[in-house]
Design a protein around this ligand. Structure first.
Ligand SMILES: C[S@@+](CC[C@H](N)C(=O)[O-])C[C@H]1O[C@@H](n2cnc3c(N)ncnc32)[C@H](O)[C@@H]1O
Length: 216
């Protein structure tokens, strides 16, 4: 089956940003490289793997896209860095029961159906060390990707922009709290928003939660 992300990442424009998010840099500064390994879930073309490996962390990455994993590997090699990479869905974490000091899921969890996202959060919780850090972004119900074909109460197949045809499940305050309840303690949560302008000139609202959570 064709993976839509293979198609997206085959366009160089969607794989060229190697700048780590400030949210990741600021929060990872609290975890020492010597504290253990870090897992990047849905690592894409590896911008956070490169940043973390360059800063001395032992990094592991999973993604469902072969193209993303190949590009992540290429980007790491460019800087003389490496990571343990494997093709895997977010709800199945490989690597022989390695426990992680931190995990990132940046712009990733939304791409599952609700039951898959719940499974992914459980899988991540099982593989974090006690007190392990979990950095997440989650699109809110106000994001433009809650558009196109609605296939569930909060799940859509978007019909616009760079992620046209991609499934997104969006979150509100209640569903976000419910997702992490019992497994993670939310230490910080903020809403970030911005505007996306399509080549057609259409202006769209981009909105997401940035969450720092720790394993209970
Ligand atoms: C918007 S990109 C974000 C990439 C990366 N986290 C970043 O911040 O640059 C979403 C990524 O999630 C991956 N993805 C989508 N569904 C997935 C799934 N079910 N399991 C694992 N990865 C998935 C895609 O292949 C893609 O690399």
């Amino acid at each position: 089956m064709t993976n839509i992300w293979d198609e997206i990442f085959s366009d160089e424009r969607f794989c060229s940003d190697l700048n780590p998010r400030k949210f990741v840099k600021d929060n990872m500064a609290k975890v020492l490289p010597s504290d253990g390994t870090v897992l990047d879930i849905g690592c894409g073309c590896g911008r956070h793997l490169v940043y973390l490996a360059a800063n001395g962390y032992r990094v592991y990455g999973i993604d469902l896209s072969d193209v993303a994993l190949a590009k992540a590997d290429e980007n790491l090699r460019k800087f003389g860095l490496s990571a343990v990479l494997q093709k895997s869905p977010m709800w199945e974490i490989p690597f022989d029961r390695t426990l992680f000091a931190a995990a990132l899921a940046i712009n990733v969890l939304n791409h599952g159906r609700p039951n898959e996202i719940v499974k992914a959060v459980s899988a991540i919780s099982e593989r974090l060390l006690p007190g392990g850090l979990f950095l997440i972004t989650l699109l809110t119900v106000n994001d433009y990707r809650a558009c196109g074909q609605q296939i569930g109460p909060h799940t859509f197949v978007c019909d616009k922009g760079a992620e046209k045809g991609v499934l997104h499940t969006v979150f509100d305050e209640q569903s976000t709290a419910g997702l992490l309840k019992g497994k993670f303690e939310i230490e910080a949560k903020e809403v970030a928003s911005g505007e996306v302008i399509l080549p057609t000139g259409e202006q769209l609202n981009h909105e997401f939660f940035r969450i720092r959570a720790v394993k209970r």
